[in-house]
Write a protein that binds this ligand. Structure first.
Ligand SMILES: *Cc1c(COP(=O)(O)O)cnc(C)c1O
Length: 377
């Protein structure tokens, strides 16, 4: 793929991803399970997983079994854990492709056991304990009988026990400390019963960075591996960098007279005789249809004006008289000394960087590089 062929695209530096994996592994001293759900946070599932595998990842985490099967199809041989819901009818796929499933409910566990018994083969399971997130998991007070049940079933293999934090990225640490305490209590009960809990894991990126005592055997690393902070204010370890750039081009420049309407609904009018540019990205690519978006052109922050269209939007070139058609435009990333991070964009959109990344449309070509470019040095 040559970039000259493209209107808008993502550039993803695989060496940055590998470096982030190394930094998080070294810092925590634990195995890091890259979480590659939602198309690897928009970065592209297959190539990203391959890069993390090359960097030494022995586990991958996904949300759905469809994602796990795509990983197997693309040749990933490492362990894969489906963190979310798996319909019992998928147990056969999990067994066939050697995929581990989360189990968080007695009814589901019984259905899994029935499916596996029917096939006379073991399915690998991680029992999820609800310690305070209020989402999936067997309530911590009921965990012991549940884990006993799973460990006693002939065709269920209890491979691990895990929980998930609700507030690991919040300044107030009380909730997470309580979750850790409840989780440790469950682990103690399980061991007292003589049951091997297997692989223990609890921490997402924020948990791993803010609660060293909650690193256990494995870190479930998502946002930090892609180089972004779990919350806007949180500092990342030195060396971790964003791997993704979102770029487009200036595809038209026109001088419009003062008072000329721009884009659908004419919600913007030129205030003077003014150069207006068009860039080749819109809400169909994941650019949110809100006011106040900026892009970088020639190292300068340039405002998007008028309504964002599906495939294009307009920019005010009043401060950029030397702009030319074909100029590279950065929507997320750095250009010269300027930078718009996914976190900046999220704040402008009233959301979090996770949602910005997951919203990068599938239609945009992903171009992979291995330059270890310094993003914002
Ligand atoms: C998505 C997810 C993660 C990764 O979270 P980050 O904040 O991106 O590090 C970890 N664990 C579970 C259960 C998840 O669903």
């Amino acid at each position: 793929m040559t970039l000259d062929n493209l209107g808008t695209w993502l550039e993803i530096d695989l060496s940055v991803l590998k470096n982030n994996f190394q930094v998080l592994s070294d810092l925590t001293g634990k195995q890091v399970m890259p979480i590659v759900k939602a198309n690897a946070y928009g970065h592209g599932l297959e190539r990203v997983a391959e890069a993390f595998a090359e960097a030494g990842a022995e586990w991958f985490g996904v949300a759905r079994i469809e994602e796990a099967l795509l990983l197997r199809e693309s040749g990933i041989e490492a362990n894969i854990l489906v963190l979310g819901y798996s319909p019992p009818s998928r147990v056969s796929h999990a067994i066939k492709e050697n995929i581990s499933l989360a189990v968080y409910d007695q009814t589901v566990a019984e259905a899994f056991a029935g499916e596996a018994a029917h096939l006379k083969e073991e399915v690998r399971l991680h029992a999820k304990i609800e310690t305070g997130m209020g989402r999936l998991g067997i309530p911590h007070a009921e965990a012991l009988p549940f884990i006993e049940f799973v460990s006693e079933q002939k065709f269920l293999k209890l491979e691990g026990i895990f929980t998930h934090f609700a507030c690991a990225d919040e300044p107030d640490k009380a909730v997470t400390r309580e979750q850790i305490e409840r989780f440790n209590q469950v682990l103690g009960e399980v061991r007292n019963r003589g049951i091997d809990p297997g692989i223990i894991h609890a921490s997402n990126s924020a948990g791993a960075l803010n609660f060293p005592e909650a690193r256990y055997d494995l870190i479930r690393g998502g946002i930090a591996l892609y180089g972004h902070p779990p919350t806007a204010g949180m500092a990342l370890p030195k060396g971790i960098q964003p791997a993704l750039y979102w770029k487009t081009r200036l595809i038209s420049i026109k001088e419009l007279p003062a008072g000329h309407g721009v884009s659908y609904g004419h919600r913007y009018h030129t205030t003077q005789r003014q150069n207006v540019g068009v860039i080749a990205a819109g809400y169909g690519d994941g650019l949110r249809r809100v006011d106040g978006n900026d892009v970088l052109i020639r190292g300068k922050r340039i405002p998007i004006i008028g309504t964002v269209c599906m495939d294009q939007c307009m920019v005010d070139l009043a401060d950029l008289p030397d702009a030319e058609i074909g100029d590279e435009v950065v929507i997320i990333g750095a250009q010269n000394d300027a930078e718009i991070s996914a976190t900046d964009t999220a704040q402008r959109w009233g959301t979090i960087n996770y949602e910005v990344l997951c919203g990068l449309a599938a239609r945009m070509p992903r171009h992979y590089t291995i330059n270890m470019k310094n993003y914002a040095d």
